[in-house]
Ligand binder design. Sequence first.
Ligand code: SF4
Length: 389
Amino acid sequence: MAPTEPAAALAPHLTPQPPAAAGGPAAALAARAPKRWLPRRVLVTASAAQTAHGQQVLERVRAAGVEDVQVLRADRLPALRGADERATYALAKSTLAVVTSPPSARRLVPIPPSADWRLDLATGCPAHCQYCYLAGSLAGPPVTRVYADLPQVLSAMDAHVGRGAVTTGGARHGEGTTFEASCYTDPLGIEHLTGSLAATISHVGTHEWAGPVGLRFTTKFDDVAPLLDLPHGGRTRVRFSVNSAGPSGGERFEGGTARVRERLGALRRLALAGYPVGLTIAPVIPAPGWQDAYGQLLDDVAAATAGVPDLDLTAEVITHRFSPKSREVLLGWYPATKLEMDPGQRATKRGKYGSVKHVYVKETMADVRGWFDRELAARVPAARLLYFT
Ligand code: SF4
């Protein structure tokens, strides 16, 4: 999904710029309109409407121009099903529900290899990626639900500080206790409507914690202007999910997101604003010519991060995989997809509780891993590889 042009031919937002502030690259980048989702319909449950954050979301969606905003009399959402699966998909993907969190959202669970704990500000995503990892993970129609009781959700964090097996107790202990906010949503993709991410970044940056803490999330969107001046305290790492471009690249399977080149421009802006940043290179699809395509992506990353003072850049590399359930759901949503999801071509990986994932065969995994180890070090030496899976 990265642009295939040489770095020198990239749009100005990828061209290395001196690390100036006002009137410099940040101002130049702001000229491009960011990708923003506008739901057709917003449903607000009665309890959500009574919260201060729910009220703020209501104001935001009205200000954004959503005409169909319904405040419900109860907390149960109406049926979100259409006449068939495609109609259900279209209806759900164009709906934002503002709800209060279920108790499970406040019982944080480990989320290796990304972070110590999963922190859900919302579930669901308005974009249309044909490999979406949410397919099969979330039950029911793919509606986006944002939690209006944000203070309650955030209050669950304190009890987890100093606990965790990924960064608190693992090799990445320099990151402190980490909380991952993008397991079940793309929080930046809905931020213009929710404000939840800015509130969370500010909370993490300013709250007095019992020990070192890190918030992290990954995104395929680029509307970062509202985040630039937040008191993040260097405690939030924003990773951009990126992929290769071209006829067999991963970017062609994405819809409704910002383009990769825009994401890299957004990464640069955040890095200049002092945020730790990162790449989630995912899902890696080793289609014919993949080395050239991912090589171009890495070169574009190098160009986008050139000249950033004190750059703190990480990389996570995740190969494409699917489960029987996600395959079934994705083929229902995208019946004409060209994405290879053939269990016969894959190795099977079994999880602790008997879950099944279809991953690339051992030789392919070794090839891809070796290539990224080598090329990341050579082309983007500033990037620290956190894990490959
Ligand atoms: S942006 Fe992420 S969460 Fe949203 S549809 Fe694409 S893969 Fe799924």
